[in-house]
Design a binder for this molecule. Structure first.
Ligand SMILES: [Zn+2]
Length: 162
């Protein structure tokens, strides 16, 4: 059963119980529901209290506040931790790249901005081949690639320990 608080055309309020919402609508449409005070049949629902819990009195149900939309949670300031210079990288990737950096630093020689020059010299046999790392400009990286000099460019993230 569904409980409806009903209101007639002149504002009288009364209760009605119906087997379903379609039952209510068909009875109202057929003029079968009349206001107990004035007999008016222009009935509208004043308030719907559907799905009453079994055993719950109607007045208790009416006291249940209508559900309000859950407030959209605002992100707490600082909740979005961005690892510069790549704020969009997922944390797992950042961690992996930081491990790569640590490994490279442990096993290769830092040649800094002379990387392209040194890599080319090693490739030409002018220098003994050894693992190196350093910085290249985009133009240098392109030039090395064009000469088939094997280099790997990686996002060089800040160390994990800062
Ligand atoms: Zn009435």
């Amino acid at each position: 059963m569904i409980h409806y608080a009903l209101r007639c055309g002149t504002g009288h309020e009364f209760d009605g119980w119906f087997p379903s919402i379609t039952g209510f609508e068909s009875q109202v449409g057929a003029g079968q529901i009349a206001c107990p005070q004035c007999g008016g049949t222009r009935i509208t629902r004043a308030l719907m209290a559907p799905a009453l819990a079994r055993g719950l009195a109607a007045d208790q149900a009416a006291a249940i506040p209508a559900p309000t939309p859950a407030p959209t949670p605002m992100p707490a300031p600082g909740a979005v931790s961005a690892a510069p210079p790549a704020p969009s990288l997922p944390a797992a990737l950042v961690a992996r790249l930081q491990r790569v950096r640590a490994m490279v630093e442990a096993h290769a020689e830092d040649v800094g901005i002379k990387f392209a020059e040194t890599a080319r010299a090693m490739h030409e046999g002018e220098l003994p081949t050894r693992p190196i790392y350093g910085e290249v400009t985009a133009a240098e990286a392109k030039s090395l690639a064009e000469d088939d000099i094997p280099v790997l460019t990686l996002p060089w993230l800040p160390r994990a320990d800062g």
